[in-house]
Design a protein around this ligand. Structure first.
Ligand SMILES: C[S@@+](CC[C@H](N)C(=O)[O-])C[C@H]1O[C@@H](n2cnc3c(N)ncnc32)[C@H](O)[C@@H]1O
Length: 354
């Protein structure tokens, strides 16, 4: 097993594809909205412009409701004319064009009919400093912290490391995740104002389960099919990895196991792991039609993993066709083996206390 360190640079599938195929993430976000609203109701501010940051916005559609809720809650206290800055951040490769188009055109855009709201964007990894110290009143961060800053190790027997049978792979991923979580918290702690709040929602896992077994294993089996058919090599498979993994509550809480219960001036106000939404299973049970379920989950899988697979095939002239073929095969596999998508969501609210 070699050391396959590759920094994470690929964002989501572009041209608005993620916006059109991220209903699962939107449904997961809705579980955190009342907690988010209570954070907006309690954060302290003076007479300055209010600053809301969306860390890992992707193409923006799923940010509209949380940002609208925060603006409404803050202005209910600060007055309806208070200026609000909304800063969307993501990797430089993100499709920011779709984000700004969604701000203009989406029916649920927080810009609809709004005055005095100023959206902008930062294209830089959030493992770096993104904003000057003490700028941010509220930070929203949904479905991003499963992405590691780099892929720390090759995985010979799966595309998602926690489903590998190799302990060495698990250890390497868990260490990378722990480093990333601490670094992310340190960076955000500097950017938050005193009393600011940061809500993070990302794939979680209970003690005894990982989740995502069915979809990720079918994707791996589709890759093996392509290798068996001579379309991909063993070496290609070794390098096609999606550097994502869910976290347990214990690892989320680990940096806060200090005497003060604080890490970098942050305290956990709320942390829980919830069952994740399955948007397709009930309809499948009613109709027995596996095609909509397979199409829906294939779109979701491609939206987040397609560009990372394509990046691993750099140098192959036919890589776009290979990625199309992979997801065609995934859809076919899901049609013939429909299952409930079991996964879990971590919701964490952090408070800047010192
Ligand atoms: C699944 S999308 C989530 C989008 C949106 N927040 C939502 O709730 O649907 C994950 C996003 O995290 C971004 N991301 C991953 N690693 C990142 C990093 N190091 N810095 C900034 N953004 C990152 C990806 O580019 C992608 O746009």
């Amino acid at each position: 097993m070699s050391d396959g360190v590759i920094p994470t640079r690929a964002a989501m599938e572009g041209d608005g594809y993620y916006n059109r195929h991220s209903a699962m993430q939107a449904a997961g976000n809705s579980a955190a909205l009342s907690l988010w609203q209570s954070a907006a109701n309690s954060v302290a501010f003076g007479d300055e412009s209010l600053v809301i940051v969306d860390y890992g916005s992707s193409q923006g559609k799923n940010s509209m409701d949380p940002i609208a809720i925060a603006i409404q809650a803050l202005r209910a206290r600060a007055g309806s004319e208070r200026f609000v800055e909304v800063i969307h951040t993501d990797l430089p490769s993100n499709d920011f064009t779709s984000l700004f188009t969604a701000l203009e055109n989406e029916p649920q855009s927080y810009m609809r009919g709004a005055e005095g709201i100023f959206p902008s964007a930062v294209g830089r990894s959030y493992y770096e400093a993104l904003l000057p110290p003490g700028r941010v009143h509220l930070g929203w961060n949904s479905w991003t912290m499963q992405w590691m800053s780099q892929h720390p190790i090759d995985i010979p027997d799966h595309i998602f490391g926690l489903h590998s049978k190799f302990e060495k792979v698990h250890d390497s991923l868990l260490q990378q995740q722990a480093r990333d979580w601490r670094l992310f918290l340190e960076r955000r702690a500097v950017e938050l104002r005193a009393d600011g709040r940061l809500l993070c929602l990302f794939p979680g896992r209970p003690e005894e389960k990982v989740g995502w077994e069915w979809l990720t294993s079918e994707l791996w089996l589709a890759l093996l099919d392509m290798k068996d058919n001579g379309l991909l090599s063993g070496d290609d498979l070794l390098h096609i990895n999606i550097p994502t993994a869910p976290r347990k509550l214990a690892s989320i809480r680990a940096p806060f196991a200090t005497e003060s219960g604080q890490f970098a001036g942050l305290r956990i106000e709320h942390a829980e792991i919830l069952p994740g939404p399955d948007l397709h299973w009930d309809a499948f049970e009613r109709t027995g039609d596996a095609f909509p379920l397979a199409r829906g989950w294939t779109g979701m899988m491609r939206a987040f993993s397609g560009p990372t697979v394509a990046a691993a095939l750099t140098g192959k002239p036919d890589r776009a066709a290979l990625v199309d073929e992979l997801f065609r095969r995934l859809e076919t596999r899901l049609v013939s083996n429909p299952q409930r998508h079991e996964h879990f969501v971590a919701v964490v609210l952090l408070h800047k206390v010192s």
